[in-house]
Write a protein that binds this ligand. Structure first.
Ligand code: MG
Length: 383
């Protein structure tokens, strides 16, 4: 099936910073997707987590499996709405590249350390990785991705940062929308994490099925599963419920977005960008039910005292590493020492702090834990 007029089309792409010959047997967005898969930051996602620290169990989601789930959900919707699947996949696989070790706890801690130096934000860091920090190509730093993939990676951004970011920052200043592929991947991210966090939450024993039944999105599908399979228990029952929840949300998203596209009649990606609001969205009812689920997960899982204990330790590790490197850059590997010295000459302490933040953010959970143990002479498991 041919992609719709309102999709992002490789031939009308706003292009790459560094001009390159067109790929031979791939589209520009396929090349972006492929470069992301071959990047160093992508491989690190395997050992980074969101809610649970990497060593807590082999069955929990990592950033890598999360990104694959986002790509799966987003691609299937992209195909239905006749959007560009390759661009959608590229954005999904890259969207979490900038995450620190230890999930949101790590991000908060590093942001705290970076407060005097402009802060740290994982979304901006994802862009910084693909624009600058990957150092694998002879002709350029970063991955030299197309504008559309970079636009999708930068989901949100303060106006202050937008003004500093050039091309991809401009839409925030002009109050324009990103491509439909970017809008879609953003919602697919939420569908993926809300649902897999329920699965991981129940698996860990931190939340129970009984608790989950307070949430309408869960209980409606759970009741259907129980009606059809009254004997079903345990993980099969949870999985059957969650797959129906994802299905219900995807159908709502597709149908609502179809209606909105029909009303707005965008004839090109430019029309999509100029539209006064996003065209890919849940119905109002599904949006509200999703907010209820998010609130439940926040109160019962992300702020669970066992998760909080991990959060505290993550803060301790990140803050200790950052301060140690700031105090004595000779603790850094030689390559980062050089980068840090140059940054100090160019931008003073702020420049140096940014190089150290890049280094710390790039660590996996286990590398950060090991580095902490090595630097501070701590025996045994920190977590
Ligand atoms: Mg994500």
């Amino acid at each position: 099936m041919v992609n719709a007029l309102y999709s992002a089309r490789p031939e009308t792409s706003l292009g790459r910073h560094f001009n390159e010959p067109a790929p031979t047997y791939r589209s520009e967005y396929q090349r972006d997707r492929d470069r992301i898969i071959h990047s160093t930051a992508f491989r690190r996602l395997e050992y980074k987590t969101q809610v649970f620290v990497n060593h807590e169990g082999d069955l929990y989601r990592t950033r890598l499996t999360h990104s694959l789930e986002v790509a799966q959900i987003a691609r299937s919707i992209a195909r239905t709405l006749r959007l560009d699947e390759d661009l959608t996949e590229a954005i999904a696989l890259a969207h979490d590249l900038g995450h620190t070790p230890f999930g949101h706890a790590g991000q908060d801690a590093l942001n705290g350390c970076m407060k005097p130096y402009g802060g740290f934000e994982h979304n901006l860091q994802s862009l910084r990785i693909v624009d600058l920090l990957e150092r694998n190509y002879a002709d350029f730093n970063g991955l030299n991705l197309t504008y559309e993939t970079r636009e999708g990676i930068l989901k949100h951004c303060s106006l202050k940062h937008a003004a500093e970011l050039g091309d991809v920052g401009k839409r925030f200043l002009d109050k324009k929308q990103p491509s439909l592929e970017a809008q879609l991947t953003n919602v697919a991210d939420q569908v993926a994490y809300n649902n897999h966090d329920i699965d991981d939450g129940i698996r860990s024993g931190l939340v129970s099925i009984e608790q989950m039944r307070q949430v309408d999105l869960f209980s409606m599908q759970y009741d259907k599963v129980m009606w059809k399979y009254p004997e079903l228990t345990g993980h099969r029952c949870v999985h059957e419920t969650i797959r129906r929840m994802i299905g219900e949300q995807v159908v709502d998203l597709v149908e609502t977005s179809r209606i909105r596209l029909k009303e707005a009649k965008p004839q090109s990606i430019e029309d999509v960008r100029n539209h006064h609001e996003q065209l890919i969205s849940f119905s109002d009812d599904m949006y509200t039910r999703n907010q209820t689920l998010k609130k439940f997960l926040r109160e019962n899982l992300y702020y669970h005292h066992k998760v909080y204990r991990m959060t505290r330790k993550a803060h301790q590790v990140i803050e200790a590493l950052f301060s140690a490197f700031m105090e004595d850059i000779r603790l850094l590997p030689p390559e980062h020492q050089n980068l840090s010295r140059n940054a100090l000459l160019e931008n003073g302490e702020t420049g140096q702090a940014r190089i150290i933040a890049d280094y710390v953010a790039g660590m996996t959970d286990r590398y950060a834990t090991m580095e902490y143990a090595r630097l501070f002479g701590i025996e045994g498991n920190v977590f």
